[in-house]
Design a protein around this ligand. Structure first.
Ligand code: FMN
Length: 205
């Protein structure tokens, strides 16, 4: 029997009327329509203190991390704050590590009040690499948010399309097994990595 993919979305805005949260709901709707089990993880519902490695982990963080670890795909959503992601998003992320994201597919979405979101998506992408997530090339940036989302609905057709595609791809690539040197991948290990460069790169992590 085919396994049901689990897709969760992490909403990194504390704002009541958050456009990011609204957009993520549309991503999850699309994922659900493709057969996924979905859940929105809203930072407001997890009363997390600023991450402090010297403190014991609060139970809320343990619960949130378990949900992320159990997911096959995680969609990250953050508002654009000063050309980057929000501290609320980042705080959740600092509680997480390879254990949550190794072999996990991640999709990126950001929402800007103004006109520019590229640096936020870049920062999220680099951060995902830091926990060994597999990030979808397709990503969503929404500029001038108040013109694109009204009462929780996306009123711009092309944005709606991009948002839905993110949810669909989160399902399509939920079980990605990207080890190109695996025997059934049909790739000769020496040809794939003649100088052992990957082993060296892994040692740097
Ligand atoms: C602290 C702060 C910094 C912001 N920085 C930017 C920015 O650099 N560029 C931009 O376009 N909008 C910026 N905004 C506007 C937010 O991106 C915008 O309000 C967005 O809709 C917030 O997402 P949300 O609706 O999910 O909370 C900023 C807002 C705040 C509160």
């Amino acid at each position: 029997m085919k396994q049901t993919p689990v897709v969760v979305a992490l909403a990194g805005s504390m704002r009541d009327g958050s456009y990011t949260r609204a957009a993520l709901r549309h991503v999850l709707d699309a994922a659900e329509q493709r057969g996924a089990e979905t859940e929105l993880l809203d930072v407001r519902e997890y009363d997390l203190p600023v991450f402090d490695p010297d403190e014991d982990e609060p139970p809320e963080a343990t619960e949130l991390k378990r949900k992320i670890r159990d997911a096959d795909s995680v969609i990250w959503g953050s508002p654009v704050y000063h050309g980057s992601y929000s501290s609320a998003f980042r705080n959740v992320h600092d509680y997480c590590s390879f254990d949550e994201y190794e072999d996990t597919t991640v999709g990126l979405l950001t929402v800007a009040g103004g006109g520019s979101f590229a640096s936020t998506l870049d920062h999220m992408r680099v951060t995902a690499r830091g926990v060994h997530a597999w990030v979808l090339p397709h990503q969503v940036g929404i500029r001038n948010a108040r013109d694109k989302i009204e009462d929780g609905e996306i009123v711009d057709e092309s944005i709606e399309e991009r948002v839905r595609k993110l949810g669909e791809q989160a399902v399509e690539y939920a079980f990605i097994h990207p080890d190109v040197t695996a025997p059934d991948a049909g790739v000769d290990e020496e040809t794939a990595d003649p100088e052992g460069q990957q082993a060296e790169a892994d040692a740097d992590d």
